[in-house]
Design a protein around this ligand. Structure first.
Ligand SMILES: N[C@@H](CCC(=O)N[C@@H](CS)C(=O)NCC(=O)O)C(=O)O
Length: 94
């Protein structure tokens, strides 16, 4: 599937089941109890890591990416971890 919105209704973590960087972000979501506030998608939902639409979100083609409802994409660990709780706050909870 390649038609996931690049301005999603909820903050969205683009992740995969295997990999330490995506796992760290999911762990933070579970630790903070943010499962209802942040959707999980895969790079495949955006055409795969080599696709133009994924590279528009992360020019490095790496995983994960945190995508906000306004279309802002965070793709490095520190900025992503910093943005996760505020992103959830946009949905009314931290
Ligand atoms: N510095 C990046 C590293 C991200 C990274 O290396 N992710 C790995 C998964 S753990 C990845 O995308 N591997 C696939 C590839 O390099 O093509 C970050 O903090 O997000």
């Amino acid at each position: 599937m390649t038609d996931a919105p690049t301005k999603p209704t909820k903050p969205t973590l683009i992740t995969v089941d295997v990999g330490n960087n995506p796992a760290r972000c999911r762990m933070l979501i579970y630790h903070k109890g943010l499962e209802e506030q942040i959707d999980l998608k895969t790079p495949g939902d955006f055409g795969g890591t080599s696709s133009a639409s994924y590279r528009a979100l992360n020019p490095q083609g790496k995983i994960p990416v945190l995508l906000l409802p306004d279309g802002t994409a965070f793709f490095e660990a520190v900025s992503r971890a910093t943005a996760l709780p505020p992103a959830a706050a946009l949905r009314g909870r931290v």
